[in-house]
Structures are given as C-alpha cells and as structure tokens.
Design a protein around this ligand. Structure first.
Ligand code: SAH
Ligand code: MG
Length: 198
C-alpha cells in the first residue's frame, strides 16, 4: 500500500497530474475517521490517489469517483485494482455534470474537478447528501492566485480565479450550509449541511 501511494505520487509528478497535497488529504482522512464517514462521492478522480487514501481509512468505506479524462480513468482503474479496492471504489468514466445519480446518498462529497465549475457541482450534488452531510472542496487558494486576481496576466486564468472567488462568496452566503475555510495545502472548504429542524 505504501509503495503504491509512493508510485502514484511519482507518476503524478512525472505526468503533471494535480493530486491533492499530503497535508490536505491527511486532514480529510482524520475527518473521515472522526465523523465515521462511510459513503463518499468524489468529483475528479485523476489517478485515484485521493480515492484510495480516503477508502483506506476503514474497510467498510465505499467511494464512487467520477473522471472524464480517459487516460486518467484507465490509470485510476489500474491503481484501484493494485490497491485491491475494486469492490469498494467505483470509478465512473463520465463528465460529472452529465451524470444521473438515482437513489443514493453520501456522507461526504469531495469536489476536486474543474475549478470553474465548483458552484455547478455543489448545486447539482448537494441533493445526494445525507442529512448532516459534508461537502469538501479542494484548491480554493489556487496556488495563491485567489484574492490576487489583478496580478494575473492570462485572461483565462483570471476568469478561472474569478469563478473560484465567486464560489467562495457563494459558500459564505449559503443559508443551507455552514462553511469553514481551512488554510491548509492549496486551501480546503468544509461545508456542513445545517440540520433541517433548526
Ligand atoms: N482528486 C484527485 C485529483 C483530481 S485532479 C486527487 O487528489 O488525487 C482533477 C480531475 O478532475 C482531473 O483529472 C480532470 O480530468 C477531472 N475533471 C475535471 N472536470 C471534470 C468533470 N466535469 N467531470 C469529471 N471529471 C472532471
Ligand atoms: Mg485538488
């Protein structure tokens, strides 16, 4: 297992795959154990690094993870097999915004895909969250660009960062969820659905 994790870290580095930072996944794993989280939905598998680490928190955790890039999807399947987690990690090859989920609900939804689509992912998948469930998003600092938009020369990048800033405002002003922003790694947000009875 340790070897596989190191192998994936090396592959990610060599192939420019933006896997989560170690400190961030460590934080998420601690939260999974503490909150006794069992059913996880991940948007953005890449090569399966975060999915495998989340599933490794306990033997009865199930992860569904969605990836739209074929090469990464294939690599993810390979790694899930190597981890011997094919019974617990379901890798779906599709664009998350096109997917139809029915009759499922999750304790945790981890948003880690196209940064310009975070609000859309949140609004689509919040309906598949159990009461009291948690939505975590990664890369809210976007390598320090968030909050420093004026210094960015590329128009595309500036737009993307603008969308992440809008997402942060969306979370801050969201009445259904309480959000905490954690300054760890590339920036995490932890959004907890408020109790319906309050
Ligand atoms: N969670 C992974 C890293 C994911 S990187 C880890 O930490 O190990 C982000 C991935 O999201 C990329 O592989 C990209 O192809 C995928 N992605 C981006 N937009 C997507 C979408 N709309 N649907 C599915 N996958 C998407
Ligand atoms: Mg990430």
């Amino acid at each position: 297992m340790k070897d596989l994790i190191m192998e994936m870290e090396e592959y990610a580095k060599d192939n420019n795959v933006p896997i989560i930072e170690k400190k961030s996944i460590a934080y998420i794993m601690k939260l999974i154990k503490k909150q006794n989280i069992k059913n996880i939905l991940e948007i953005g598998s890449a090569i399966g690094y975060s999915a495998i680490l989340m599933a490794s928190c306990d033997n009865d955790i199930n992860v569904t993870t969605i990836e739209r890039d074929e090469v990464r999807y294939m690599e993810c399947l390979k790694n899930v097999k190597k981890a011997n987690m094919q019974d617990r990690i379901n890798v779906v090859y599709q664009d998350a915004l096109d997917i139809n989920l029915v009759d499922v609900s999750y304790d945790l939804i981890f948003i880690d895909a196209a940064k310009g689509q975070y609000t859309n992912f949140f609004e689509k998948f919040k309906f598949f969250l159990k009461p009291g469930g948690i939505i975590i998003s990664d890369n809210l600092k976007f390598h320090g660009y968030v909050g420093n938009k004026d210094e960015i020369e590329s128009k595309n990048l500036r737009q993307l960062v603008g969308k992440l800033e809008n997402y942060i405002d969306f979370l801050k002003n969201n009445d259904e969820f309480d959000t905490e922003f954690i300054d760890i790694g590339d920036g995490l947000s932890i959004s907890i659905r408020k109790d319906d009875n309050v």
